[in-house]
Write a protein that binds this ligand. Structure first.
Ligand SMILES: *[C@@H]1O[C@H](CO)[C@@H](O)[C@H](O)[C@H]1NC(C)=O
Length: 541
């Protein structure tokens, strides 16, 4: 027995060393839709081929990747394509890599390349057709589950959901390109022949071990049979709602050992599979991160494939203030992002403005160092960040930006503070980010009284906001506007000659620009004015 295993391993090394090259005809993309559920339209990775197909940009897309020893017409696709098309009107693109899949070690050696071919196809959809990877799920079986991870990891952008069906074991334990939970926002894994054909240890955000993960009911000790159940269950999870069936409800386990020993007693509630986009994340309860604490970071849901938003509150505020709760809700609803709330309340809660300002500067430097540490440990880059600060936290956001070079992608200052900042070298500057924006809502009282950023908005003249009867209310309106702009856009501003014109509401410049929003308006500059409503929706369009 041992000699056989040794031979298999040697063989796989030999094939890997030879470096098989996938030819243009070795990977074919087969499109199935509700109008052609049985007969595929083969797509080439070219603009023309996709443009003339029945690929629909308004629908979600499911990519399926079969295992070795199979082709596009195998059992796996027969189950999964049918189930996906029944559950939802989607594009299903079944990837046929059968010429490279003939036997295990040969197929294994082809996975890094297969993943990259799929990644460039997804990039093509994005760059030529404006089809965001956000609409894509990748479901892979066996070796195809690892290829799903490699594909997702290599695209420009972020895949929200990978379904890994009994990912393969042999050759992967020390493989540098093994499926990982960082490959997509949610990596969901089902183990049905764990330790035999399938990978034993958890690999994703969610790892399901039905019946202990190794022997499925009805298969005895036949691992080929158990492996097949991974996609049988998955297909059933997609159609169960239509067929009035039961869902696959998981019970949380403390450990992998408890999962394989059927000894899990945690909460019941997480459901395997299904057609909905899954979010395992923590929108309400935070996970504290500390500088230089790698343990906390690795146990957190932080993912470097997402953009990261850093929120820095203002004077007398804390992590639970309105500034944080309003923006957190809007940001997480709009995009799958990491949101990091900076709690510097022990430095901001003082009536001595000098003390608060000094603390804002040291806190800004601590945040800048934290971001550098985070990037070193996760591979995130400054361009992925959006830093948003309010009041004295607005200047702090700028300080973070000025300390971290080359440069952050996007910084927003919401009515950065006035007192103590006029002659302060640390105050918000246009160069603090590649794109910096300030929204002035209480100009000259709580808020700074001149332009500070590449783009300065003076909604309603920048001093007094409709619907407000106090300076405090005016000062807080900025984050309400920003949250609404993130949720629903709007807030079209008109260019002003300068801030005097903005305050006097005399702006007739030729350029228009939206205030706020999720994406940085890199390259834009100037001063802008707009009017708002007194109540939500604040935007007048
Ligand atoms: C194991 O299961 C597979 C799939 O159900 C089947 O084709 C095969 O014959 C089974 N092998 C044995 C030894 O029973």
């Amino acid at each position: 027995m041992w000699t056989i295993i040794k031979c298999v391993l040697l063989l796989s090394v030999a094939v890997a060393a030879h470096g098989y090259v996938l030819g243009p005809r070795d990977v074919v993309f087969h499109l199935f839709t509700r109008s052609n559920p049985q007969v595929s339209e083969p797509l080439l990775p070219s603009e023309g081929s996709i443009a003339t197909s029945s690929f629909q940009r308004t629908r979600r897309t499911i990519f399926t990747i079969h295992n070795y020893g199979e082709g596009v017409g195998g059992n796996f696709n027969a189950f999964v394509i049918r189930a996906h098309l029944l559950a939802e009107d989607v594009n299903v693109i079944a990837i046929d890599w059968s010429p490279a899949a003939s036997f295990y070690s040969y197929a294994l050696a082809n996975m890094p390349q297969l993943g990259r071919v799929i990644a460039s196809f997804i990039d093509l959809l994005d760059s030529r057709f404006g089809y965001s990877p956000d609409n894509i799920r990748i479901a892979g079986l066996g070796l195809g589950a690892h290829a799903a991870g490699i594909a997702a990891r290599n695209i420009n952008g972020n895949i929200p959901h990978i379904v890994a069906l009994d990912p393969s074991l042999v050759g992967w334990t020390h493989h540098p390109e093994i499926l990982s939970k960082d490959d997509a926002s949610v990596v969901e894994v089902i183990h049905t022949s764990a330790g035999a054909e399938g990978y034993d240890k958890p690999l994703g955000d969610l790892d399901f071990y039905p019946n202990g993960g190794t022997f499925m009911a009805g298969c005895g000790t036949n691992s080929t049979c158990s492996h097949i159940y991974s996609y049988v269950y998955y297909a059933e999870s997609l159609t169960t709602e239509l067929e009035n069936g039961k869902k696959f409800v998981g019970t949380a386990c403390d450990s992998y050992e408890n999962a394989i020993n059927l000894a899990c007693q945690g909460e019941r509630g997480v459901i395997f599979g299904g057609s909905a986009v899954k979010r395992t994340e923590n929108p309400r309860v935070s996970q504290p991160l500390m500088p230089n604490n790698v343990n906390l970071l690795s146990r957190s849901n932080y993912k470097s494939i997402r953009r990261t938003i850093v929120l820095i509150h203002g004077w007398m505020n804390s992590a639970t203030s309105n500034f944080n709760s309003v923006l957190l809700r809007a940001l997480l609803a709009a995009e799958d992002v990491n949101v990091i709330v900076v709690d510097w309340s022990s430095g901001s809660n003082s009536l001595q403005y000098r003390e608060v300002n000094a603390n804002a500067i040291s806190s800004g430097s601590a945040v800048a160092q934290f971001i550098n540490w985070l990037n070193q440990n996760t591979g995130s880059v400054l361009a992925q960040y959006h830093i948003i600060g309010h009041g004295v936290g607005g200047h702090q956001a700028g300080i973070v930006g000025s300390l971290n070079l080359p440069v952050h992608g996007y910084i927003t200052g919401l009515d950065p503070a006035l007192i103590g900042w006029v002659n302060n070298i640390y105050r918000f500057r246009p160069s603090d980010a590649l794109y910096s924006e300030v929204i002035h809502t209480n100009y000259g009282v709580f808020g700074y009284l001149a332009d500070l950023a590449k783009v300065d908005f003076y909604p309603n003249g920048g001093i007094s906001m409709p619907g407000c009867d106090s300076n405090g209310c005016d000062h807080e309106r900025g984050f309400q506007y920003l949250a609404e702009s993130i949720a629903s856009g709007g807030f079209r501003g008109r260019e002003c000659m300068n801030y005097y014109a903005a305050v006097l509401r005399m702006c007739n410049g030729p350029r228009q620009l939206q205030m706020g929003g999720l994406e940085p308006k890199t390259g834009a500059s100037g001063v802008y004015f707009l009017e708002t409503n007194a109540q939500p929706p604040f935007s007048q369009g």
